[in-house]
Design a protein around this ligand. Structure first.
Ligand SMILES: O=C[C@H](O)COP(=O)(O)O
Length: 254
């Protein structure tokens, strides 16, 4: 079964109402491959979710950048999975390295969040990735396998999960992983899924790459067999995000 190309735009903690409206307008006007070919999901900060949800073209979808680990209640400052569902937000990004490193989210905590979000009917973009030190120490696969294991242990329906490989050293640095580096880790992750979940899950789960993807490097990355799309940060705020969406065509002609 084919894996539909997936392009996520993570706007992180940036933007004003006017800037958000401008990005939405650019996306709404863009000529891109049909939703049979590419699934596009943009992830604005929480406060802009209703605006983006109500103004974005219907063939693009919206994700939150995080959600609370369990049912909402007395958790000041948090946003629950139920609230996202109530707003009609279908996706959530969990386990982003910025949250893992800056907010000390452990593998287990991320796994618990994934479990709760899925139980409420959200679809999850689950992020894994190694630091530069870990890569240089030769422990990339050990690290991403441990992160994936904590997630996989809590996933019942893999159809609702996209796995994002985001090497920390490539995020926001302009230092993109080479297509060969990305393919190597994606291939190993798929092998891990094959051995630890099922051959079907390994064959059908989208594994997307994130880390300094832009309009100029996306096609070469997209051409790799185990790269099923992207999670884009900085470039998702710019018109070149449309070129990244169009890189889905590389798969179609492969
Ligand atoms: O979630 C997106 C990643 O953190 C990549 O960010 P970047 O494209 O700005 O490197």
């Amino acid at each position: 079964m084919g894996r539909k190309f997936f392009v996520g735009g993570n706007w992180k903690c940036t933007g004003t109402t006017e800037e958000v409206k401008k990005i939405v307008s650019t996306l709404n006007d863009a000529q891109v491959p049909s939703s049979d070919v590419v699934e596009v999901v943009v992830s604005p900060p929480y406060v802009f979710l209703p605006l983006v949800k109500s103004s974005l073209r219907p063939d693009f979808h919206v994700a939150a950048q995080n959600c609370w680990v369990k049912k909402g209640g007395a958790f000041t400052g948090e946003v629950s999975a139920e609230m996202l569902v109530n707003l009609g937000i279908p996706w959530v990004i969990l386990g982003h390295s910025e949250r893992r490193s800056l907010l000390n989210e452990s593998n287990e905590f991320v796994g618990d969040k994934v479990a709760y979000a899925l139980s409420q009917g959200l679809k999850v973009i689950a992020c894994v990735g190694e630091t530069l030190e870990q890569r240089e120490a030769g422990s990339t696969m050990e690290v991403v396998a441990a992160q994936t294991k904590a997630i996989a242990a809590r996933v019942s329906n893999w159809a609702d999960v996209v796995l994002a490989y985001e090497p920390v050293w490539a995020i926001g640095t302009g230092k993109v992983a080479s297509p060969a580096q990305a393919q190597e880790v994606h291939f190993e992750l798929r092998k891990w899924l094959h051995a630890n979940t099922s051959p079907e899950v390994a064959a059908t789960t989208r594994i997307i790459y994130g880390g300094s993807v832009n309009g100029a490097n996306c096609k070469e990355l997209a051409a790799k067999p185990d790269v099923d799309g992207f999670l884009v940060g900085g470039a998702s705020l710019k018109p070149e995000f449309v070129d990244i969406i169009k890189s889905a065509e590389v798969k179609k002609s492969a």
